[in-house]
Design a protein. Structure first.
Length: 487
């Protein structure tokens, strides 16, 4: 499911750099430009230009809530007798001599950086115009004391053109989403300029006439699919050049190992994105998109869906039972009471696919799907006072403990020598939501492959077993939900 409005909210609230920080960036760069223009740096300044994510409108909010990076180019005419390193060193000296910037400035191979603690870093890079009388632009490498060709204006214009082909700023939105995915998952390494270029190459002039970029999730699916197709066609690391300067290979700093990992991870995420997009159930689709983008995706929707299962059940039952009858039974908007009166038929639609339920990330075994049955025993306290076996949907009082085990179809407990059983415990309804204990994540087993759970929150909850073969780390079996009703 596309969930266009959910993606819009996710971009606005979580991914995009907020307008206050953008305004602060503009104010800071204005102050830097004014300071350098009036300084004794040396070169004659021609112009200033934002570069990188800021200029390309693909900048995102840092996922660690720390500083974000912005690039600022200063185009200057060459100074007779200056080598490449001197442009960087002299610019650094100007900032270091100033009381405001002294503690904020550092120098690197190609730029001087001003750091505004807990807010932003601005990299200022000199670009030399037509050195030696040749028509060219060059940046300065302080480490090697060499001038290097660059084409920042044409590269930026190329990205603007690619974005226009996608329509509705789809390219920029998708780039921000994939940068967020990179930063939140930390499963692959890909510098922003390389990632942006790779994505830019996946768009062509004909896209303005099709529907592959009709909305943000569709554009994401399109770009990810094209990127994965291209990567699978390139078993070894290819060049990823600046389209206006073929000598500049953005993939040059990528190791073969990093490329191989990127190729593998993108293929996996492509499968997850396709699965989330194609899912027809809203709750299940949200859960699958959250496997891609993490817990911040649709966070408000997720909490409300889990909190309001009683209301959803009541509303669904009114289609076949009169409100008067429901009210008379004392079952108004309380799922536990509804279940006691009407059994499992009271459970709302998609109860087994609530969006806060984490989705499996193990590779599924293709040749094997083992039967998995969950059994539970009730104890007065953890490990003490065996009360006997309980059944799914059996109504239990709060305070006790359940011990869950996973069995084969012949009743044998899955052995720890060959398998690890992971348990997905999903709470629902008001009490668990108020306590911040909706859960839905995967938990390790406690003793052997079993799992202890405390009966705490009024509601109908679910426990599922996922059996993973140790040798291959493949998911080979998954149980049906065991429903725990706590009154």
């Amino acid at each position: 499911m596309k969930l266009v409005s959910v993606f819009d909210a996710f971009l606005k609230d979580t991914v995009n750099l907020n307008s206050t920080r953008v305004k602060g960036l503009e104010d800071s760069t204005g102050s830097i430009e004014d300071f350098v223009n009036k300084s004794t740096w040396g070169p004659e300044i021609d112009s200033w230009m934002p570069q990188g994510s800021w200029a390309h409108k693909t900048i995102i909010k840092p996922v660690d809530k720390g500083e974000f990076d912005a690039d600022l180019l200063v185009f200057v005419h060459p100074v007779e007798g200056w080598d490449a390193a001197r442009y960087i060193n002299e610019l650094y000296n100007v900032f270091y001599a100033n009381g405001t910037y002294k503690s904020m400035v550092r120098r690197w191979s190609h730029c001087v950086t001003i750091t505004y603690a807990t807010d932003k870093k601005i990299d200022i890079a000199p670009v030399i115009i037509n050195r030696g009388g040749f028509q060219r632009l060059e940046v300065c490498n302080r480490d090697s004391n060499a001038f290097e060709r660059t084409e920042p204006r044409q590269y930026t214009n190329w990205l603007i053109t690619q974005n226009s082909y996608s329509g509705s700023n789809s390219f920029r939105k998708v780039t921000r989403l994939i940068k967020y995915l990179r930063d939140i998952k930390t499963t692959f390494t890909c510098p922003s300029v390389l990632l942006t270029t790779l994505l830019g190459y996946r768009i062509n002039i004909l896209d303005q006439y099709g529907d592959e970029f009709s909305d943000t999730p569709t554009a994401l699916k399109t770009v990810f699919g094209r990127l994965d197709d291209w990567l699978q066609q390139n078993a070894t690391k290819p060049a990823v050049t600046n389209p206006y300067l073929t000598s500049e290979d953005f993939a040059g700093g990528w190791t073969d190992t990093q490329y191989a990992n990127f190729r593998t991870v993108i293929n996996r995420y492509r499968g997850w994105i396709d699965e989330a997009y194609d899912e027809t159930g809203r709750n299940a689709s949200i859960a699958k998109w959250r496997r891609v983008f993490g817990d911040e995706f649709a966070a408000d929707v997720v909490i409300e869906e889990a909190r309001s299962v009683s209301k959803a059940a009541f509303d669904a039952l009114t289609e076949g039972v009169s409100i008067a009858a429901l009210t008379a039974s004392g079952a108004v908007r309380d799922l536990v009471t509804l279940v006691k009166a009407y059994g499992s038929s009271a459970l709302p639609r998609e109860f087994d696919f609530l969006p806060h339920m984490r989705q499996p990330t193990w590779r599924r075994a293709t040749a094997q799907n083992l039967s998995v049955q969950v059994r539970a025993k009730l104890y007065r306290s953890k490990g003490v006072g065996d009360q006997g076996a309980v059944q799914s949907m059996q109504v239990l009082r709060a305070g006790g403990w359940l011990y869950f085990t996973a069995h084969t179809n012949t009743g044998v407990v899955y052995p720890t020598s060959d398998f690890t059983v992971y348990w997905r415990v999903t709470n629902t309804d008001q009490a668990a939501a108020d306590a911040g204990q909706l859960r839905g994540e995967f938990n390790d087993p406690h003793e052997g492959n079993g799992r202890w759970e405390h009966l705490q929150y009024r509601g109908v909850h679910q426990v599922e077993a996922f059996v993973v073969r140790r040798r291959t780390d493949e998911l080979v079996g998954q149980s049906a939900p065991f429903r725990v009703v706590i009154e």
